[in-house]
Design a protein around this ligand. Structure first.
Ligand SMILES: [Zn+2]
Length: 246
């Protein structure tokens, strides 16, 4: 039996953490990062997210057409972007498209802004169309654990305007389930609370593998049989999500 310790610290880390205006990032340690995409060595993502993004870009043949615009940002960098957008674009635009420092997903290392390669790229609102290789990327993204984080019909829940260029790594199969059920991360984490650890899981089957997903609201130790592959992620909303593969 493997033992996982669920603590306040682990609750604030992992690929499913929610970071928005109501849930500031509490774990401010810099994540272990890698370059997000080929050709942009200075734009970083959390290591597992970077690896999945690189595989996804290779899968759609987007190496020469898709470029990373912004990935991991320190709190200080987010503050600078926020301040310069306030000065250049004013408060209405900035509140719509730029998260307050401490409340930006970019500070987690799990979010990436992408653009179709072009001579001029808008840093705050890059062009990432639905067609061509960008469209192929959009269709395949969920299988590599990425979702378009800010959709048009979810603005009242996310607090951020539609951003077709901002992708968030939540991991597989969560990205697939979120898209299938049309749930943004705020909704998905609420939805998972009906599958408590020790009760009936959310079941997901793909390629003859069965995956079980649970919500663990408490802290303390949990035991998982040795033969089960397990991923435990904090949520930054008071609980953990436990994903078990059979
Ligand atoms: Zn972004």
């Amino acid at each position: 039996m493997k033992t996982f310790r669920l603590t306040e610290e682990t609750m604030r880390r992992g690929s499913l953490i929610l970071v928005n205006a109501g849930h500031p990032l509490m774990d401010t340690a810099a994540p272990k990062c890698l370059p997000a995409a080929p050709g942009t060595p200075d734009i970083l993502l959390e290591a597992r997210a970077a690896s999945c993004l690189q595989q996804l870009i290779a899968f759609v043949g987007g190496r020469h057409e898709i470029t990373a615009v912004s990935g991991y940002r320190t709190r200080r960098e987010q503050q600078e972007i926020y301040d310069s957008s306030m000065a250049e674009n004013g408060p209405d635009f900035t509140r719509m498209f730029v998260a307050s420092p401490g409340c930006s997903e970019h500070e987690t290392g799990l979010a990436i802004d992408l653009a179709k390669r072009a001579e001029h790229i808008d840093f705050i609102r890059p062009d990432f169309p639905d067609s061509g290789v960008c469209g192929d990327f959009r269709s395949a993204a969920r299988r590599y654990g990425f979702v378009q984080r800010y959709a048009e019909n979810k603005e009242n829940l996310t607090g951020i305007a539609c951003e077709p260029w901002h992708f968030r790594y939540v991991g597989y199969p969560h990205a697939v389930i979120m898209e299938r059920l049309d749930l943004c991360l705020e909704e998905y984490l609420c939805y998972l609370r009906q599958f408590p650890w020790g009760g009936n899981p959310l079941q997901f089957t793909a390629c003859s593998r069965s995956i079980e997903i649970y919500w663990a609201s408490g802290m303390g130790e949990i035991g998982i049989p040795d033969q089960r592959l397990a991923d435990v992620s904090g949520t930054n909303t008071g609980g953990h999500v436990i994903t078990l593969w059979r």
